[in-house]
Write a protein that binds this ligand. Structure first.
Ligand code: GCB
Length: 607
């Protein structure tokens, strides 16, 4: 037992750092895999007793961790043994899924929960590699396989994976995951948000097997300067990645290309074709693309399109497009918890379509991949965002690195998705020198990783004039973004709906403008006069007035009002009205459409 513990402790330190973003497998979505979804045993550990010893030192840093360390999955060998936990006798919980809505006692819980899944795994080929892939886990996650630490991941909405080739065995593997959703000042997001801090393994977990040499990454997309050219690269990882032939086929286009990797395992792609069917809102055509190396093959479904801005216009394949949008939180109206399944995504996007949308703003963090894949199929343009929200710790370098890592990861995951047109850096962040430089750095990074999409951020507007009725954008980040977006709450936090009539807009930037939020609360089924707050009539009136007002903005190229569905928020306690829900949805949390839904639908039909 002691020798085993020692080996474990050594391995711990070796594997701890292997969490960098460039280790993430591209297109995990379509790779052959074994799902680990289902029931996992769990232990609630508010004091983190399974992580720290009684001197509050992490067990994993000890030479002899001791059998109290939960990641060892210790068992009593005889009746006199002292072990104060037992995963196999502990209750189970569903993965994927937030813990708050699955267990009554965890509704308000913010802390550590340990998960354990036992499984067998037979490799299809002895030399193959094996990875464990997590769609997301909120917020900080420590992962151990068979008693060995795989790594630590920070950020509640981005995927991560670990190479477990050398650790996995045919039988009796145990994967132990410590998930901690405590909010932190220096976190991204920070302490304060207007949404529920759902904890847990909120997205799928799976085992992915690849050939020894495997496809780590690729971009395959239309050249933004030449609509008859598909370009990009494929990157391999593994032992000998130099001078490897890669085959790329797009059967429907008659493409069958061979490229050869350079010494870094990278091969460039350059395909010319004059009969590409462009992906668009009306015709969201996806091509089946196969990338093949020796025994590894990855299949993807990719749409080819160009997104650009020109003066005040947004151009999709050279044609002006007005973004008829809606903001969406990742919550399931059926289960009333964190959304994670394909059905959840279909439900949300079907409602968006019914509203007449061609655009969704996925607020305020990267949503699960089903959303993006379905948006690709349904022809819905997507704004993706990272949770740089309100009052982030701007001066803190590790906060910046965390935000940048989340941004890089979502760009990595979704860079081959035609539907994604905008990367958003932040939401309603107060300007200051430190904040401006934080956002500027993020913008530079986003452009460096992906120069083919547009960048934006949901900014705030400012008031001018004696009565404050002239509205303008003074935020210096407006000069950095490709699309100038801002939130406004006229008729809700900012006067009554009639106030919209007195407002004039002076927006000097020659850029497309999106109103990334406007809206107001209404409780479904509550009726009254349009001046009575919380009634459906008030919300309906607020939409009517806002839609009239914003039509005066010359550069207006889209809107994504707040929000499709009522969502859970700790900031909304008002009894009988809110009861813990932000009521600005156009649809109630149990799926009923409010009157304002039809006002927006009519507006979109007229556009
Ligand atoms: C906002 C925030 C959003 C809130 C919303 C509200 O400006 O961006 O996250 O939920 O206002 O309802 O107050």
């Amino acid at each position: 037992m002691k020798i085993l513990t020692l080996i474990m402790a050594i391995l711990l330190s070796v594997t701890e750092e292997l969490t960098a973003n460039d280790q993430l497998l591209i297109n995990a979505y379509n790779r052959s895999s074994q799902s680990l979804d289902g029931q996992w045993n769990y232990i609630i550990d508010p004091y983190e007793n399974g992580y720290y010893n009684y001197r509050y030192e992490p067990f994993e840093k000890q030479k002899y961790p001791g059998r109290g360390a939960f990641f060892l999955n210790s068992k009593s060998n005889n009746k006199s043994d002292l072990i104060e936990y037992d995963f196999d006798k502990s209750e189970t919980i569903s993965v994927p899924g937030d813990w708050n809505t699955q267990k009554k006692e965890l509704l308000y819980y913010e802390g550590t929960v340990w998960y354990k899944k036992s499984f067998d795994y037979i490799k299809s080929n002895k030399t193959n590699r094996v990875f464990v892939y997590f769609g997301a886990s909120n917020y900080e996650t420590d992962v151990y396989l068979n008693g060995v630490k795989l790594g630590n991941h920070v950020g509640g909405f981005t995927p991560f994976n670990y190479d477990i080739t050398d650790l996995i065995t045919d039988e009796g593997n145990f994967l132990i995951v410590k998930v901690d959703n405590k909010r932190k000042k220096e976190g991204v997001p920070t302490l304060n948000t207007d949404w529920w801090n759902y904890g847990g393994l909120t997205r799928s977990v799976k085992i992915i097997e690849t050939n020894e040499i495997f496809i780590r990454d690729y971009i395959i997309q239309l050249d933004s300067e030449n609509p008859e050219k598909i370009k990009g690269y494929v990157k391999l990882s593994g032992e000998s990645i130099y001078h490897n032939p890669i085959k790329i086929t797009i059967p429907e286009l008659g493409v069958d290309e061979k490229v050869i990797t350079n010494k870094d395992g990278v091969a460039s792609i350059d395909i010319v074709s004059d009969n590409i069917r462009y992906w668009s809102v009306k015709d969201p055509h996806l091509y089946k693309v196969k990338i093949h190396i020796q025994e590894d093959e990855v299949v993807d479904y990719i749409g080819f399109r160009i997104i650009k801005t020109e003066g005040k216009f947004i151009l999709l394949n050279g044609e002006q497009v007005f973004l008829k949008g809606i903001s969406i939180h990742e919550e399931s109206p059926i289960r009333q918890g964190r959304a994670h399944s394909k059905d959840d995504a279909l439900q949300l996007l079907t409602w968006a379509k019914e509203l007449g949308c061609n655009f969704v703003r996925l607020a305020h963090y990267p949503h699960n991949e089903h959303m993006i894949r379905l948006a690709d199929q349904l022809g819905i343009l997507v704004w993706e965002e990272i949770p740089v929200y309100w009052t982030i710790d701007w001066e803190n370098e590790s906060t910046y690195e965390n935000a940048e890592h989340q941004l890089s990861t979502v760009i990595h995951r979704d860079k081959n998705r035609a539907s994604v047109i905008i990367w958003s850096m932040a939401n309603e962040t107060p300007t200051s020198k430190a904040r401006n430089s934080f956002l500027n750095r993020l913008a530079v990074k986003a452009k460096q990783l992906d120069s083919t999409r547009l960048i934006s951020a949901a900014l705030e507007q400012s008031s001018q004039g004696g009565d404050g009725n002239i509205r303008t954008i003074t935020d210096p980040f407006a000069d950095v973004v490709d699309v100038l977006s801002f939130n406004e709450y006229l008729g809700w936090y900012d006067g009554l709906p009639e106030k919209c009539r007195d407002i004039s807009w002076i927006i000097k930037q020659d850029k497309p403008v999106i109103i990334s939020e406007f809206g107001g609360g209404a409780k479904y089924g509550l009726h009254g006069d349009k001046s009575e707050r919380w009634t459906e009539e008030y919300q309906e009136f607020l939409y009517e007035e806002n839609l009239k007002m914003i039509s005066k903005i010359d550069q207006l190229q889209g809107i994504s009002p707040w929000i499709l569905i009522d969502f859970k928020s700790p900031r909304r306690p008002l009894p009988e009205i809110q009861d813990g829900w932000n009521r600005k949805g156009l649809i109630s949390e149990d799926g009923h459409k409010k009157k304002a839904f039809y006002v927006l639908k009519e507006y979109y039909e007229s556009k």
